[in-house]
Design a protein around this ligand. Sequence first.
Ligand code: ADP
Ligand code: MG
Length: 351
Amino acid sequence: MTRVDSRPPPATRSSRPPPLVLEQPALPPLVEAVNLTKEFRVERRLFARSRYLHAVEDVTFNILPGETVGLVGESGSGKSTLGRLLLRLLEPSFGQVRFDGTVITQLTDRELRPLRRKMQMVFQDPYSSLNPRMTVERIVGEPLRVHHLVNGDQQMREKVSGLLQRVGLAAENIDRLPHEFSGGQRQRVGIARALAAAPSFIVCDEPTSALDVSIQAQIINLLLDLQEQANLTYLFISHDLGVVQAVSHRVMVMYLGRIVEIAPTAALFSASQHPYTRALLSAVLQPDPTRRRLRLVVEGEPPSPIDPPPGCAFHPRCPRALAGRCNQEVPTLSEIVPGSGHFVACFNPHG
Ligand code: ADP
Ligand code: MG
């Protein structure tokens, strides 16, 4: 496997600060996932026993205030499902999510409502996530209306105009419809909407994957600027390792629903320990003609999440698998050096 990454890393501002996790160990996390698990029931043929697809399996991690945690993994590894679980857009099958100290997975809808506005999502495809018949004012203003954050039409227009300016769009765009914008501008509208209710946590789910390379860096820089201005905390999902490297303080790697490695960004990119992470970093980035986006390719096919291999799910593709161990036991995350913040779930990691 050779690295043929034709795309230059996005021209983001100089570099990120060192990992918050090492700087401020006493800071309580903003978001915590504890043994988070999501199984989808998949109906098969008539009268056949229904089976379960393990989309997210026993995931435990946290995100500190102001931090960006990058999440990478092949398509189908459970990234979007994990993001949606954190925002409680999906109910977990097992485990907990805590937001700012509150266990949100046990709240009723009514109890959850005041927290909802603190947690938002930016989607991959700004076109399909924006209602094509709604004006920008209605799209961006909807969270303001839902959470009763404005009084009257005049204040709504003022607030939405201000939000448009914050994301680099002229206030005159307020009465336009989504199709009147370019892809990058539409993503700015999506970001303005996510920002409207003054959130503290945003799940960015492949926010630049549908955009031209030239536009991607602008959107990344906007997200970084907004983070600085508003002390936002991000989970940044992407299959584009260059983008993840540019924006993240820490990076998590997911494989078949599990986190296999998590580390401060520099450590992950210079000294990854999990054979799967190594494979990802050296994988060919191939254009996927059917989906007009880049797709990571690691040798061999990922196994089915309906019938995952026993032991470590990566063992059938792993060049370092140990017979009698990796095909039998599930490795758990352990810190390679105490205090390093570098965790790997592997019985035979790269040293
Ligand atoms: P990723 O974002 O990493 O591509 P997803 O979280 O979208 O992965 O999906 C993880 C797995 O869960 C995939 O196998 C996908 O087909 C499955 N999945 C996602 N949503 C559902 C659903 N609502 N019902 C059944 N299976 C689902
Ligand atoms: Mg996804």
